[in-house]
Design a protein around this ligand. Structure first.
Ligand code: SAM
Length: 275
């Protein structure tokens, strides 16, 4: 089986020890959905042919100089934080394994970290002196409830914001929603457009979900449908996803891995011009 390593040349990279920290976290009891979701995300993120994260990191590094006071919504395990060298971080992350990894990283990176398990918990502690100057929402927009977005987006105010989301014109998750007539992600994009207006800068990056070649089709179905399964949990959605995968799997096959198109859009909002 041949492996085609992605090119990291020129990209800022997460600090050494990132992979150790995420693996070292303890695994708490969790729902089958949460376990499967985490496993799938880690499979995508750690795949040697992953091209999503280097593409985002490249732009993020040019948009965000070090020493920022960051609010990271849906921070995951802190992959991007580990490259940004923040002065301090407030993170919203419901997954306890990812949150534990964030705390491990903060102790290694020696910056203060406060975590909240939900936007609602952040809201409860909100005050006008929210001590952040940069908000990150990297593949988080479409995980938030509409009520969470309706509160959060107006609070961003004059802070800089980096928003990353799947390109509706080509992303497989959006194609699936369109195919079954569900507007989960499009509704959230409409809300963000209503509150945020025009970004300072937009970049579209071609990228993919890449997974090992022998991946179980049912796992692919879970991956493309997980947002809807989480929100609605219906057998119907999973059945639709299985059929969607069965019809396309041959097209997605590459030598040694499976590749699903997942282009991303990156938007920068705020006062700071990219330097
Ligand atoms: C696709 S991952 C992105 C993680 C990280 N931003 C990255 O790009 O590496 C989405 C993250 O959002 C988190 N999440 C899910 N529901 C959320 C919610 N309602 N509020 C905040 N984060 C949420 C998930 O646990 C997960 O870590």
């Amino acid at each position: 089986m041949s492996r085609r390593p992605h090119s990291d040349a020129g990209f800022a990279q997460p600090q050494d020890g990132y992979s150790v920290r995420i693996n070292a976290t303890q695994r708490p009891p969790a729902s089958a959905f949460a376990d499967r979701y985490r496993t799938m995300m880690q499979a995508v993120w750690s795949h040697p042919d992953n091209d999503q994260r280097p593409a985002v990191l490249n732009t993020l590094s040019s948009w965000c100089p070090p020493e920022r006071r960051i609010l990271d919504i849906g921070a995951g395990a802190g992959y991007y934080l580990s490259a940004l060298r923040p002065r301090q971080v407030i993170a919203v992350e419901p997954d306890p394994v990812f949150s534990a990894a964030l705390h491990g990283f903060a102790s290694v990176g020696r910056f203060p970290l406060t975590t909240f398990e939900s936007v609602g918990a952040l809201k409860d502690s909100f005050d006008e002196d929210w001590d952040t100057d940069l908000v990150l929402m990297i593949h988080a927009l479409y995980y938030l409830e509409e009520s969470e977005l309706l509160w959060l987006l107006p609070q961003i105010g004059e802070r800089d914001l980096v928003l990353v989301y799947p390109d509706p014109a080509g992303a497989i998750t959006m194609a699936f929603e369109d195919a079954i007539g569900v507007e989960h992600s499009r509704r959230r994009l409409a809300i963000k457009a209503r509150f945020l207006g025009e970004p300072l800068e937009v970049r579209r990056v071609a990228s993919h979900f890449r997974l090992q070649g022998d991946i179980v089709p049912d796992d692919l179905a879970f991956l493309i449908a997980h947002l809807l399964l989480r929100a609605q949990g219906t057998d119907w959605v999973l059945e639709q996803a299985r059929a969607f995968v069965a019809a396309r799997l041959g097209v997605w096959r590459r030598e040694g891995f499976v590749e699903l198109p997942q282009p991303q859009i990156m938007e920068l909002y705020g006062r700071a011009r990219p330097g």
